[in-house]
Design a protein around this ligand. Structure first.
Ligand code: AMP
Length: 183
Protein backbone atom coordinates (compact mmCIF):
# COMPACT_ATOMS: atom_id res chain seq x y z
CA UNK A 1 0.00 0.00 0.00
CA UNK A 2 1.08 3.55 -0.68
CA UNK A 3 -0.18 5.88 2.01
CA UNK A 4 0.23 9.45 3.15
CA UNK A 5 -0.35 10.61 6.67
CA UNK A 6 -1.49 14.22 7.05
CA UNK A 7 -2.34 16.20 10.15
CA UNK A 8 -1.22 19.23 12.13
CA UNK A 9 2.02 19.10 14.11
CA UNK A 10 1.14 17.32 17.35
CA UNK A 11 -1.59 15.15 15.83
CA UNK A 12 0.45 12.03 16.60
CA UNK A 13 1.62 11.34 13.04
CA UNK A 14 4.94 9.85 14.14
CA UNK A 15 3.33 7.56 16.71
CA UNK A 16 0.56 6.39 14.39
CA UNK A 17 2.92 6.04 11.44
CA UNK A 18 5.08 3.62 13.43
CA UNK A 19 2.06 1.45 14.26
CA UNK A 20 0.59 1.55 10.75
CA UNK A 21 3.89 0.78 9.04
CA UNK A 22 4.45 -2.20 11.33
CA UNK A 23 0.90 -3.54 10.92
CA UNK A 24 0.83 -3.04 7.17
CA UNK A 25 4.44 -4.10 6.53
CA UNK A 26 5.48 -0.93 4.70
CA UNK A 27 8.41 1.40 5.47
CA UNK A 28 7.71 4.55 7.46
CA UNK A 29 9.29 7.49 5.68
CA UNK A 30 9.28 10.69 7.72
CA UNK A 31 10.90 13.74 6.13
CA UNK A 32 11.25 15.40 9.56
CA UNK A 33 13.05 12.31 10.91
CA UNK A 34 15.30 12.15 7.82
CA UNK A 35 16.23 15.82 8.26
CA UNK A 36 16.93 15.29 11.98
CA UNK A 37 19.18 12.32 11.17
CA UNK A 38 21.17 14.50 8.78
CA UNK A 39 21.44 17.26 11.39
CA UNK A 40 22.54 14.83 14.10
CA UNK A 41 25.03 13.22 11.71
CA UNK A 42 26.47 16.61 10.75
CA UNK A 43 26.09 15.97 7.00
CA UNK A 44 26.16 18.81 4.42
CA UNK A 45 22.38 18.44 3.98
CA UNK A 46 21.98 18.59 7.76
CA UNK A 47 23.93 21.85 7.93
CA UNK A 48 21.85 23.25 5.09
CA UNK A 49 18.47 22.51 6.70
CA UNK A 50 19.17 23.08 10.41
CA UNK A 51 18.17 26.75 10.42
CA UNK A 52 14.75 25.88 8.95
CA UNK A 53 13.96 23.19 11.49
CA UNK A 54 15.16 25.42 14.33
CA UNK A 55 12.53 28.05 13.55
CA UNK A 56 9.81 25.74 12.20
CA UNK A 57 9.98 26.96 8.59
CA UNK A 58 9.58 24.61 5.66
CA UNK A 59 12.84 23.48 4.07
CA UNK A 60 12.93 24.64 0.41
CA UNK A 61 11.01 22.29 -1.89
CA UNK A 62 13.98 21.44 -4.16
CA UNK A 63 15.96 20.12 -1.20
CA UNK A 64 13.04 18.21 0.27
CA UNK A 65 11.82 16.75 -3.03
CA UNK A 66 15.29 15.48 -3.92
CA UNK A 67 15.69 13.76 -0.56
CA UNK A 68 12.27 12.09 -0.95
CA UNK A 69 13.01 11.06 -4.54
CA UNK A 70 16.15 9.26 -3.37
CA UNK A 71 14.40 7.62 -0.44
CA UNK A 72 11.49 6.37 -2.57
CA UNK A 73 13.96 4.87 -5.04
CA UNK A 74 15.29 2.51 -2.37
CA UNK A 75 14.19 -1.11 -2.83
CA UNK A 76 12.14 -1.34 0.38
CA UNK A 77 9.78 1.36 -0.92
CA UNK A 78 9.10 -0.32 -4.27
CA UNK A 79 5.87 -2.03 -3.21
CA UNK A 80 4.58 0.46 -0.70
CA UNK A 81 5.35 3.09 1.89
CA UNK A 82 3.83 5.35 4.48
CA UNK A 83 4.91 8.94 3.96
CA UNK A 84 4.76 11.11 7.07
CA UNK A 85 5.37 14.86 6.77
CA UNK A 86 5.57 14.91 2.98
CA UNK A 87 4.03 16.47 0.96
CA UNK A 88 3.62 19.61 3.05
CA UNK A 89 2.20 21.81 0.26
CA UNK A 90 0.52 21.36 -3.11
CA UNK A 91 3.75 21.99 -5.05
CA UNK A 92 5.35 19.00 -3.28
CA UNK A 93 2.17 17.00 -3.95
CA UNK A 94 2.52 17.70 -7.69
CA UNK A 95 6.13 16.52 -7.59
CA UNK A 96 5.13 13.36 -5.72
CA UNK A 97 2.42 12.70 -8.31
CA UNK A 98 5.10 12.91 -11.01
CA UNK A 99 7.39 10.50 -9.14
CA UNK A 100 4.55 8.00 -8.77
CA UNK A 101 3.53 8.31 -12.41
CA UNK A 102 7.08 7.38 -13.41
CA UNK A 103 6.66 4.15 -11.44
CA UNK A 104 3.14 3.59 -12.74
CA UNK A 105 1.98 3.71 -9.15
CA UNK A 106 -0.59 5.69 -7.24
CA UNK A 107 -1.55 6.48 -3.68
CA UNK A 108 -4.09 4.13 -2.14
CA UNK A 109 -5.20 6.53 0.55
CA UNK A 110 -4.38 9.78 2.31
CA UNK A 111 -5.03 9.45 6.02
CA UNK A 112 -5.86 12.67 7.85
CA UNK A 113 -5.44 12.70 11.62
CA UNK A 114 -8.08 15.15 12.74
CA UNK A 115 -7.44 16.86 16.11
CA UNK A 116 -8.62 20.25 17.46
CA UNK A 117 -5.85 22.88 17.52
CA UNK A 118 -6.00 23.49 21.31
CA UNK A 119 -5.37 19.81 21.88
CA UNK A 120 -2.34 19.67 19.57
CA UNK A 121 -0.67 22.74 21.09
CA UNK A 122 -1.12 21.20 24.53
CA UNK A 123 0.41 17.90 23.37
CA UNK A 124 3.40 19.61 21.74
CA UNK A 125 4.18 21.68 24.81
CA UNK A 126 4.56 18.47 26.80
CA UNK A 127 6.56 16.61 24.09
CA UNK A 128 9.72 18.69 24.60
CA UNK A 129 11.52 18.25 21.27
CA UNK A 130 14.15 20.98 20.53
CA UNK A 131 11.80 22.74 18.11
CA UNK A 132 8.83 22.62 20.50
CA UNK A 133 8.98 26.11 21.98
CA UNK A 134 5.68 27.96 22.01
CA UNK A 135 6.60 30.43 19.22
CA UNK A 136 7.86 27.67 16.96
CA UNK A 137 4.77 25.56 17.68
CA UNK A 138 2.47 28.46 16.77
CA UNK A 139 4.40 29.10 13.61
CA UNK A 140 4.22 25.43 12.56
CA UNK A 141 0.43 25.39 13.17
CA UNK A 142 0.05 28.49 11.03
CA UNK A 143 2.08 26.91 8.23
CA UNK A 144 -0.05 23.79 8.50
CA UNK A 145 -3.23 25.82 8.06
CA UNK A 146 -2.00 27.88 5.14
CA UNK A 147 0.29 25.46 3.28
CA UNK A 148 -0.60 21.90 4.22
CA UNK A 149 -4.35 21.90 4.90
CA UNK A 150 -5.07 22.66 1.18
CA UNK A 151 -3.79 19.12 0.52
CA UNK A 152 -7.02 17.81 2.02
CA UNK A 153 -8.84 19.25 -1.01
CA UNK A 154 -6.09 18.17 -3.39
CA UNK A 155 -6.55 14.56 -2.23
CA UNK A 156 -10.31 14.67 -1.63
CA UNK A 157 -10.87 11.63 -3.87
CA UNK A 158 -8.78 9.36 -1.61
CA UNK A 159 -9.02 11.10 1.74
CA UNK A 160 -9.71 9.06 4.85
CA UNK A 161 -10.33 11.19 7.96
CA UNK A 162 -9.59 9.62 11.32
CA UNK A 163 -10.79 11.20 14.55
CA UNK A 164 -7.45 11.36 16.38
CA UNK A 165 -8.43 12.09 19.98
CA UNK A 166 -8.26 9.17 22.41
CA UNK A 167 -5.66 6.60 23.35
CA UNK A 168 -2.91 5.64 20.91
CA UNK A 169 -4.51 2.18 20.55
CA UNK A 170 -7.98 3.55 19.87
CA UNK A 171 -6.66 5.88 17.21
CA UNK A 172 -4.53 3.17 15.54
CA UNK A 173 -7.51 0.87 15.44
CA UNK A 174 -9.63 3.54 13.74
CA UNK A 175 -6.83 4.31 11.29
CA UNK A 176 -6.22 0.64 10.44
CA UNK A 177 -9.92 -0.04 9.97
CA UNK A 178 -10.26 2.89 7.58
CA UNK A 179 -7.15 1.99 5.61
CA UNK A 180 -8.09 -1.67 5.31
CA UNK A 181 -11.51 -0.64 4.06
CA UNK A 182 -10.00 1.09 0.99
CA UNK A 183 -7.72 -1.79 0.05
P1 AMP B 1 8.10 17.07 11.43
O1 AMP B 1 8.99 16.06 12.09
O2 AMP B 1 7.24 16.48 10.36
O3 AMP B 1 7.33 17.89 12.44
O4 AMP B 1 9.09 18.10 10.67
C1 AMP B 1 10.02 18.89 11.38
C2 AMP B 1 10.54 20.00 10.49
O5 AMP B 1 11.19 19.44 9.34
C3 AMP B 1 9.50 20.94 9.93
O6 AMP B 1 9.17 21.99 10.84
C4 AMP B 1 10.22 21.49 8.68
O7 AMP B 1 11.19 22.45 9.04
C5 AMP B 1 10.96 20.26 8.19
N1 AMP B 1 10.16 19.46 7.23
C6 AMP B 1 9.66 18.19 7.42
N2 AMP B 1 9.00 17.77 6.33
C7 AMP B 1 9.08 18.78 5.42
C8 AMP B 1 8.57 18.97 4.09
N3 AMP B 1 7.84 18.03 3.48
N4 AMP B 1 8.86 20.14 3.47
C9 AMP B 1 9.60 21.09 4.06
N5 AMP B 1 10.07 21.00 5.31
C10 AMP B 1 9.83 19.86 5.99
Amino acid sequence: MRLLLVGPPGAGKGTQAAVLSEELGIPHISTGALFREHIDGGTPLGRQVKEYLDVGRLVPDEVTNEMVRERLAEPDAAEGFLLDGFPRNTAQAEVLAGMLREQDAELDAVVELDVPEDEVVERLLTRGRDDDTEDVIRHRQQIYRSETAPLLDFYSDRLVTVHAVGSVEEISERALDSVRAVR
